[in-house]
Design a protein around this ligand. Structure first.
Ligand SMILES: CC(C)(COP(=O)(O)OP(=O)(O)OC[C@H]1O[C@@H](n2cnc3c(N)ncnc32)[C@H](O)[C@@H]1OP(=O)(O)O)[C@@H](O)C(=O)NCCC(=O)NCCS
Length: 220
């Protein structure tokens, strides 16, 4: 079995097509080519972003299940089982879509994947992102590093647009995160969900990828 590919999110295109470095020094620390070193902690920690494997699914299921059960970040109302998460993972990986984890000191700190925005064929160059960071690791740059890597990986498979469908409870952090990575707001769908006893709005954001609409799609 080959080792999962490590992702090096050194550069992603700007929505304008201009290259930008995502490995630069930021408020949260210094991102090196091979990992993310975060300072300001008792000791520096090292993160790795790589392709997810089935062995990561128990941790991913726990992260997602916590979010489903305690928030409105997901419109699912029952945390999916491990078997169901493995099934979803297989569908995405068999379709060639990126599914990434960020490992901090041996622990899955968060995960992100890009999947079809819609199933109809004409949407084939558009992906929707999903990103979840374990509660203990939120607010320290994990989401940002993961999303940058996911954008780069989605460009590698020549997707042209990424859509974020952001449910209400995650919105402050999620809207900020996506805005920092070049997403622009598209609109709000009002009261399209009902969970935990209240109606939920959804914020839509989108980001151009690679050459975007300047050339026809290559994905079949
Ligand atoms: C949304 C989420 C993925 C962000 O990941 P994170 O690792 O916590 O975010 P980061 O530390 O990388 O921060 C990214 C940006 O968001 C900002 N941010 C983080 N948490 C925030 C909060 N609670 N409120 C406002 N802004 C916040 C950060 O300051 C940073 O912006 P900056 O670079 O301008 O300072 C994470 O909070 C999460 O998993 N939430 C629950 C699930 C969810 O909502 N997923 C999104 C589904 S679309």
């Amino acid at each position: 079995m080959t080792a999962p590919r490590r992702i090096v999110p050194t550069a992603v295109s700007e929505p304008t097509g201009r290259p930008s470095r995502v490995g630069r020094t930021g408020r949260h620390g210094v991102r090196t080519l091979r990992n993310v070193r975060i300072f300001g902690y008792p000791s520096p920690v090292t993160d790795t972003i790589r392709e997810a494997t089935e062995a990561d699914l128990p941790a991913i299921t726990a992260i997602y299940g916590e979010a489903v059960g305690t928030s409105t970040a997901s419109f699912e109302t029952e945390p999916p089982t491990l078997d169901e998460m493995i099934r979803r993972f297989s569908v995405l990986r068999n379709g060639g879509f990126p599914y990434l984890v960020q490992i901090r000191d041996g622990t899955v700190a968060g995960y992100a994947y890009a999947g079809p925005y819609h199933q109809r064929a004409a949407y084939r160059s558009t992906v929707e992102d999903s990103i979840y960071v374990a509660r203990a690791f939120r607010g320290c740059g994990v989401g940002r590093a993961l999303l940058a890597a996911l954008i780069a990986e989605s460009e590698r498979i020549d997707c042209r647009t990424m859509v974020a469908v952001i449910a209400e409870s995650g919105s402050a952090a999620s809207v900020r995160l996506h805005a920092r990575l070049g997403f622009t707001p598209v609109g709000i769908l009002a009261a399209v969900g009902y969970k935990h006893g209240r109606w939920l709005d959804v914020t839509l954001m989108q980001r151009a990828l690679g050459p975007a609409r300047s050339a026809p799609p290559t994905r079949v």
